[in-house]
Design a protein around this ligand. Structure first.
Ligand code: MN
Length: 135
């Protein structure tokens, strides 16, 4: 339960809900308000899991994951999970192609959210000596 979770989300209500649900389950997530802050927080906190909103102004989720993947060795780094409402046709394909490890759909379901997060937390990315491990 000591996993270090990074939430990157520009909508305060969604960020607060995810933070609340994870804290209620014993986690102490870090919340980054938007893409730029998310990239910085990733560098500083070396999270075990990233929950990444797709639709954000200026730097969106696709740009954030591109930056994250560039920072870690191929196949390495923590799981990155998209949190999205799938507003447009083709979004799912684009998310898979962008290298996300999974997705959680909005609106966030309070009764299922932590379980969904934990299912991604126990997944290990096939890594080749990146040095980071998922607890
Ligand atoms: Mn958003």
């Amino acid at each position: 339960m000591s996993a270090n979770i990074l939430i990157v989300e520009d909508n305060p209500d969604n960020a607060q809900l995810m933070d609340y649900l994870l804290r209620a389950a014993g986690y102490k997530p870090r919340v980054a308000d938007g893409g730029a802050e998310g990239i910085l927080a990733f560098e500083l906190s070396e999270p075990d899991l990233v929950l990444l909103d797709i639709q954000m102004p200026e730097i969106d989720g696709f740009q954030v994951i591109e930056s994250i993947r560039a920072q870690v060795s191929p196949g390495g780094g923590p799981p990155v999970v998209a949190v999205t409402a799938f507003a447009m046709v083709g979004d799912r394909d684009r998310i898979v192609q962008a290298g996300f490890d999974g997705f959680i759909t909005k609106p966030i379901a309070p009764d299922r959210f932590v379980e969904e997060v934990e299912s991604h937390l126990t997944e290990r990315r096939g890594r080749t000596g990146s040095g980071r491990s998922v607890q």
